[in-house]
Design a protein around this ligand. Structure first.
Ligand SMILES: [Zn+2]
Length: 294
C-alpha cells in the first residue's frame, strides 16, 4: 500500500470569511482519527525509515494564524507531528501577497463592488470562458473577480485594486499581519513541540523560469528568516501554487539548486499518493479530496 501526504491550508470556521474554503477544526480532528486507522502519521525525518504500516504526513501551507490556534492545538492534544511552512514576506517586509488580499477583499466586500473596480480600469473581454478554471465558484462575478485578480492582472495591477479595498477594511496593516500570520514566537513554539518547519516562499510568487533568480527571491529570504528564528537551516520546501503553470520546468531546473543548498525534499500539489520509495518531490492529496483518493 502507498504512503500519503495530505495538504492543508486554513483550519478554522468561516466566521464571515466568505472568500475562503477552510476545513473546520472538528473535521480536521476527525480526519486525523480516520487516517490513524490506516496510516502511521509521522514527521518528515521518519519518512525514509522502514515500517510495517504505510505512513502519512500532514502538511500545511501559507503559515496562517489559524494553523497555530486550531491545527497545532489539536495535533498537540493527539500527539501527532506535522509539517508547517512559512511565508516570510509579510513578517519581514510587511508585504501581503495578492492571493491573501483576494481572500480578504472577497470576504468583506461585495463581488459587485470589486468587479466594478476591475471593469472600470481593465479589459475584460472573454471573461466568461477564461474564468471557467474557477467553475467551483457558484457565483458568476466571484469567478470573474478571482480570474482577473489571480491570473489575468499583473501583481501590480491586482495590488492597486485590492490595496485600496484592503486599506479601508484594515487600516492597521501591522496588526492585520500579526493577527493573520504566524508570528516568530509561534513558529518557535511549534518547532519546540516537535513540528517540522519548512520554507514556503517569500512573496508567494509562481515559478518565474529562472531557477537561480527564483531561489534568491523566493526561497533564500524565507530560509534565512527561519535560520534566524530557529537557529538551523530548514531542509524542506513547499513552493507557492505548487510552482504555478511552469511547475514541470521548476522541478527540473530548481531541484539541483535545492539539493546543493541542503534540502532533503519538496512537496508538490500533484494529487497522487506517495510510492514506497519516495522521490525528492513528494505529491500531496488535498484534504478536501481525502475521501475520493481511496
Ligand atoms: Zn501557498
Amino acid at each position: 500500500m502507498n504512503n500519503l501526504a495530505v495538504m492543508y491550508h486554513y483550519i478554522r470556521e468561516r466566521e464571515g470569511w466568505k472568500g475562503i474554503f477552510p476545513l473546520s477544526p472538528r473535521d480536521f480532528a476527525h480526519q486525523i482519527d480516520t487516517l490513524s486507522k490506516t496510516y502511521d502519521i509521522i514527521s518528515l525525518d521518519q519518512m525514509d525509515k522502514p515500517r510495517s504500516r504505510p505512513w502519512c504526513i500532514l502538511t500545511f501551507d501559507d503559515g496562517t494564524k489559524d494553523q497555530y490556534i486550531n491545527a497545532f492545538d489539536i495535533l498537540k492534544r493527539k500527539g501527532v507531528p506535522a509539517y508547517f511552512t512559512v511565508m516570510s514576506g509579510p513578517l519581514v517586509s510587511g508585504i501581503i501577497p495578492v492571493f491573501h488580499l483576494v481572500h480578504t477583499a472577497l470576504s468583506f466586500v461585495s463581488d459587485e463592488e470589486i468587479w466594478e473596480r476591475i471593469r472600470s480600469k481593465h479589459d475584460t473581454t472573454g471573461i466568461e470562458e477564461a474564468s471557467a478554471t474557477y467553475s467551483y465558484e457558484q457565483d458568476r462575478l466571484r469567478r470573474y473577480n478571482k480570474y482577473m485578480l489571480n491570473i489575468k492582472l499583473t501583481t501590480e495591477e491586482a495590488t492597486e485594486i485590492l490595496g485600496a479595498v484592503f486599506d479601508t477594511l484594515f487600516p492597521d496593516k501591522a496588526k492585520f499581519i500579526d493577527d493573520f500570520y504566524l508570528t516568530e514566537r509561534e513558529i518557535k513554539h511549534m518547532h519546540r513541540e516537535g513540528m517540522t518547519i519548512g520554507v514556503h516562499c517569500h512573496e508567494h510568487l509562481p515559478y518565474c523560469g529562472d531557477p537561480r533568480q527564483f531561489y534568491d527571491k523566493e526561497i533564500k529570504p524565507c530560509r534565512e528568516y527561519l535560520k534566524g528564528a530557529l537557529g538551523s537551516y530548514s531542509e524542506w520546501y513547499t513552493p507557492a501554487f505548487g510552482g504555478g503553470v511552469h511547475f514541470e520546468a521548476m522541478r527540473e531546473q530548481l531541484t539541483p539548486i535545492l539539493i546543493a543548498n541542503g534540502f532533503k525534499g519538496a512537496f508538490s500539489t500533484v494529487p497522487k499518493e506517495v510510492p514506497q520509495e519516495r522521490e525528492f518531490w513528494i505529491d500531496r492529496i488535498d484534504c478536501a479530496n481525502l475521501g475520493h483518493s481511496r
